[in-house]
Design a protein around this ligand. Sequence first.
Ligand SMILES: N[C@@H](CCC[C@H](N)C(=O)O)C(=O)O
Length: 269
Amino acid sequence: MKIDFIKIHGIGNDFIITKDQLEPGDYSRGAKSICNRRFGVGADGFMAVEKSLKADVKMVYYNNDGSLANMCGNGLRSFSKYVFDNKEVKGRRFTVETLDGIKPVEITEVDPRGRAEKIKVEMGWYQLDFLSKILEVQGETLELGSLILGVPHGVIFEKRLSEERLKSLGPAVESHPLFSEGINVNFAKVLDGENVEIITWERGCGYTLGCGTGMTAVVVLGNLLGKLSRKVKAHSPGGTLEIEILEREKRITMEGPAETICEGTYELK
Ligand SMILES: N[C@@H](CCC[C@H](N)C(=O)O)C(=O)O
């Protein structure tokens, strides 16, 4: 079966998006195939655009290993760019149904041709699992906080960030028996109260250049621990997101870019 797709990234976290209808069982298999970086187009995740009865449009997200996830922050901005640029929605403010509920979106910057460049999304509110627990992993002692922001996140604050260390410890923490559904793993270094650097090992797709829900989880946990303020610039290898915790209203916003890479047709294997 052939599908039309577009590839969009949000701070280097890249996604394949299709409006074409697949057989229900084919999305997971399709995600593995099209996201493969050697034998497919290559991406961190695969998203389907669906009709919604509750919101303006519905986003369904699969990791590149074929697993379904409730939410993806960079994915939501990339998806929003797609539906806005392709006039699937009306106006610069609209709502997107996700498996984590309905997310209001605002296109905050457009290019001279009227295409979305910067997007602000509502991330909802978090569910704290625990602020701090000591984990022994591969002979290392890690102090980790855990919360759910649509998907589960572990946050480890460190003095120095090492991609090599993340790639070695990430898979072991992701599948640690403490987390029955697996977990995304974020290593974070606080630069000052308004700036934090983050590297992430994602459940279901490994090392990525940035993870929107993960960067938001770091800001939330950093704020709860008194390390970060409520309005923070979060920096990952692929770019920067602006994250704001609106405590009284119990909502969190995340703003950042999304950019089209290419579009085409793919023969699903
Ligand atoms: N890249 C995403 C998160 C995608 C889902 C995650 N890998 C999971 O399975 O929990 C983001 O930007 O938030």
